[in-house]
Design a binder for this molecule. Structure first.
Ligand SMILES: [Fe+2]
Length: 141
């Protein structure tokens, strides 16, 4: 059952980032569904790690794009990512001692954060990356 629907309005126009954002939503959605299932004890730990790993992978991918294009907002954006990575890390740690800590509210917080982040700083970054790519074509082989 899908609880969380991706909204095409959230696309930034930068394909790599949009694809990864949709994957993030799929992983949050899988977790949202899993916490209410009878077999949650078996499935939630794996899905939680699956999501946490992808958050890190995605932030690194965005940061690599920002570095490559000399994005002026890199430091600020990187700090926002670091703060969220720390929150997710704290959540994983708490989960070790309290498997009930992953609640609807926690996942709604993550979803709201993602939507705001995507439509705010990510959109600004993507516009810059698109302009950069248009004015800096890759060297011909
Ligand atoms: Fe970002």
């Amino acid at each position: 059952m899908t609880l969380l629907m991706w909204n095409p309005d959230w696309e930034t126009g930068f394909p790599l980032i949009d694809t990864q954002h949709q994957e993030l939503f799929r992983r949050v959605d899988a977790l949202m569904s899993a916490i209410h299932m009878d077999d949650a004890r078996q499935t939630v730990p794996g899905l939680l790690n699956f999501l946490a790993d992808y958050v890190v992978e995605h932030f690194q991918a965005e940061e690599a794009e920002m570095v490559a294009s000399q994005y002026p907002g890199l430091d600020q954006h990187r700090q926002i990512h670091a703060d969220m990575t720390a929150k997710v890390g704290a959540m994983l740690k708490q989960f070790e001692t309290d498997p009930t800590c992953i609640t609807d509210e926690v996942l709604e917080f993550i979803t709201e954060w993602l939507v705001l982040h995507i439509n705010g700083v990510d959109r600004q970054m993507a516009h810059y990356l698109i302009r950069w790519a248009a004015t800096h074509p890759p060297a011909q082989a």
